[in-house]
Every structure is written in C-alpha cells, then in structure tokens.
Ligand binder design. Structure first.
Ligand SMILES: NC(=O)c1ccc[n+]([C@@H]2O[C@H](COP(=O)([O-])OP(=O)(O)OC[C@H]3O[C@@H](n4cnc5c(N)ncnc54)[C@H](O)[C@@H]3O)[C@@H](O)[C@H]2O)c1
Length: 345
C-alpha cells in the first residue's frame, strides 16, 4: 500500500477542522499539531492519542514525516509561517485570507515558485452545492448579461468573540473587521462569479464593538465588463441574518442565502427548473452566520490539498487566485479612508 501523506496543523482554533479532516482522510495521517497554548495541544491529544504536539513551529517543521502543513494562525502571520514551511520543504494549505496585505501574500507565491512545493488556500464556499451550477449557468449566458450583483454578509459576532485571542478586529493581525475576516469568503465568490474589477467606492464604520477596524462596510463596485455590484458586510446584524449572493441578468435572476438557492428564475426555462435547482443544489451553511464554530466545508479543501500532493497536481485555489480578494478588501478600506474611488489596473 502507498505511504499515506503526513499531515500537520499549526493553530488550533479553526485548525481543529483541518486536523479532523486530515485524521478522517483515507489518504493521510494526522502526524502533528502545533499551538502556543498547551491546553489546545492537550485537547488535540485527547482526540488523537498518537499525534505529536509542538509549541514551537520551527521544531515541528524538522519532522521529516510531515508532507503538508495547514496554516491556521491569526491572519497577519500567515505569510511568515507559510514561507517558513515552504522553505522547510513542506507543502501548505493556508487559511483565508491568504494574508492581510497583497505584499505579504505575494511572499507566499514567490516562495511557492522558488521551492516548487504545492500551496493551496482555503476558500471553501466555492464548493457550496449551489456554486458550480450558478457559475456554469452564468458562464454559458443562460441568465443573459449579469449586469448587477448584490452581496451582503449580515452576520453577528459578540464583543467576546473579538476579545478572545486579542487579534481579531486589529489592523495589525486581522487586517480589517467584518470584511477582511467574515465577508472575504463572499468577496472571493463575487470576483469569481463577476470577474475583474475596475473601481470601488466605499464607506466603513464601527457601530457595535470596541475594535480598531470596522464592523460595517458598504461598497459600490464597477467591473471591467461594465456590470455593477453592491456589497455590504457587518458583524452587527443580531442574531446573525444572511449571506446574500444575488445575481441579476438580462434574461433572469438568481438569489441565494449562502449555499441555499432562494430564487432561480430564467426566461424560457422549464416550469420545474426552479424547484429542481432548489432541491438538488442547496445546502445548509447559513447557520454559520449565527455561530462561527458551525463553519463547515474544510473537509473538501483538506482532501483537495492531500490529493494534489499525492498526484503532483495544482490545488483548487492557488495563492494568486486568493490574492484577488485581499486586494479588493484593501481597496474598500483605502476608498473609505481617503473618501475617493479606488481604480484597479
Ligand atoms: N475558512 C473559514 O471559514 C475560517 C473560519 C475561522 C477562521 N478562519 C481563519 O483561520 C485563522 C485562525 O482563526 P481562528 O478563528 O481559528 O483564530 P484563533 O485565535 O481561534 O486560533 C488561532 C490559534 O493559533 C495559535 N497560534 C498563534 N500563533 C501561533 C504560532 N506562531 N505558532 C503556533 N500556534 C499559534 C493560537 O494560540 C490559537 O490557538 C484566521 O486567519 C481566520 O481568518 C477561517
């Protein structure tokens, strides 16, 4: 039997989902976990008695049995740890956002090219059940020209959520607030569905939390195609409302809440098409708007990096693809801070 891929995880917050997926994978062994906090390591040891535990990342990287490291530490440290892992000869899967600045994210890309190792990034919402048929249908022009998209991430996070860990809601380590942390998934979906951006005009604010960054953003976006979008993000929407992905074309409209199709209306479509789409291509991740621990979907990303390494192929989401949402988020902040429209190259 072929040797299983050796998997390690650094950062045991959401990193616990990576560890679970690697442990459950037929093609991988969860070999090691690393966290600065001994109690997190003890919890991991209870779940996975054979796992090696480390408080020092550099020491863990010396273990020759590790093929892949999931990087799930606070966002502002992603590039630092990712580059170190690549230089140590490991393949990596980096949590979203790839890092909080384009410059830092590009260091991961440069290290990937330099080392020839495989680097993937987690944007698991692309694998939601509704996304593939939506992308295919709009790509084939079945909804005509998508002239307008309306995106809203109306979630709720408590003050305790920001206080725990101390890094969330800081410019230095979170790189932003509701947009960089929570809504970056939907920013990724927006650019993936609607294409390259021409300009962004935004405002941001802090309304319900003691944080440095923002808990509300609103943006007007123009695409190079000539289409437009509006994008709102907040962590103030008690008790956690919705993740709106709404696309309006010249021949029809699609409205979703996260991975759930609410409306699928297409001129000339068979009568039962909407019901079929709702029944066959909807999921249930809207619950994550209420509770961050309910975020699912990591299994698909962990399985993807494992099979990419096993088969020597590219992973689903490469660093250059993940940089796009970081560039967009930072353009929103720049526009809000300067009061000017930000134009893309
Ligand atoms: N894909 C998703 O849906 C999703 C969901 C939540 C978080 N995230 C991302 O995952 C990352 C972590 O977020 P979180 O909410 O799990 O944070 P967290 O604070 O809950 O957990 C981070 C852990 O990393 C540890 N850590 C920090 N620096 C370390 C280091 N140098 N070496 C070892 N351990 C270190 C901390 O002790 C902590 O246990 C962030 O980038 C966040 O954006 C993604």
């Amino acid at each position: 039997m072929a040797k299983k891929i050796g998997y390690a995880v650094v950062g045991l917050g959401v990193g616990r989902s990576h560890a679970k997926a690697a442990h459950n994978s037929e093609n991988a062994d969860l070999i090691a976990v690393c966290d600065l906090l001994p109690e997190k390591l003890e919890q991991a040891k209870e779940l996975y008695p054979d796992v090696l535990t480390y408080t020092d990342f550099t020491t863990m990287l010396k273990n020759p049995d590790i093929d892949i490291v999931s990087i799930a530490v606070p966002s502002g440290d992603h590039a630092k740890l990712a580059v170190e892992a690549l230089e140590a000869g490991k393949n990596i899967l980096v949590e979203k956002p790839i890092d909080i600045t384009v410059e830092a994210a590009m260091k991961i890309e440069e290290a990937r090219v330099r080392t020839g190792k495989i680097a993937g990034v987690v944007h698991q919402n692309r694998n939601n059940a509704n996304m593939k048929p939506i992308r295919e249908a709009i790509g084939k022009g079945e909804f005509g020209n998508i002239y307008y998209g309306d995106f809203e991430v109306k979630w709720h996070r408590s003050q305790k959520y920001y206080d725990d860990g101390g890094w969330r809601g800081t410019w230095k380590m979170d790189g932003g607030g509701s947009l960089m942390n929570q809504a970056v998934h939907t920013v990724d979906i927006m650019q993936w569905l609607m294409g390259d951006i021409e300009s962004i005009t935004s405002l941001i604010g802090i309304y319900a939390h003691r944080i440095d960054t923002e808990d509300f953003t609103a943006s007007l976006i123009k695409f190079k195609s000539g289409s437009a979008a509006t994008f709102v993000s907040t962590t103030n929407a008690f008790p956690g409302l919705n993740t709106g992905v709404k696309l309006y074309g010249t021949k029809g409209s699609i409205e979703c809440d996260g991975d759930t199709i609410l409306l699928w209306k297409r001129e000339g479509a068979p009568e039962d098409e909407e019901e079929t789409m709702k029944a066959n291509y909807s999921g249930n991740s809207a619950a994550a708007a209420l509770d961050p621990t309910l975020c699912t979907g990591h299994t698909s990303m962990v399985e993807d990096i494992i099979s990419a390494v096993k088969d020597g192929r590219e992973p689903q989401i490469m660093p250059l693809e993940a940089v796009k949402s970081v560039r967009i988020v930072n353009a929103v902040y720049e526009s809000a801070k300067t009061g000017k429209t930000v134009y893309f190259d």
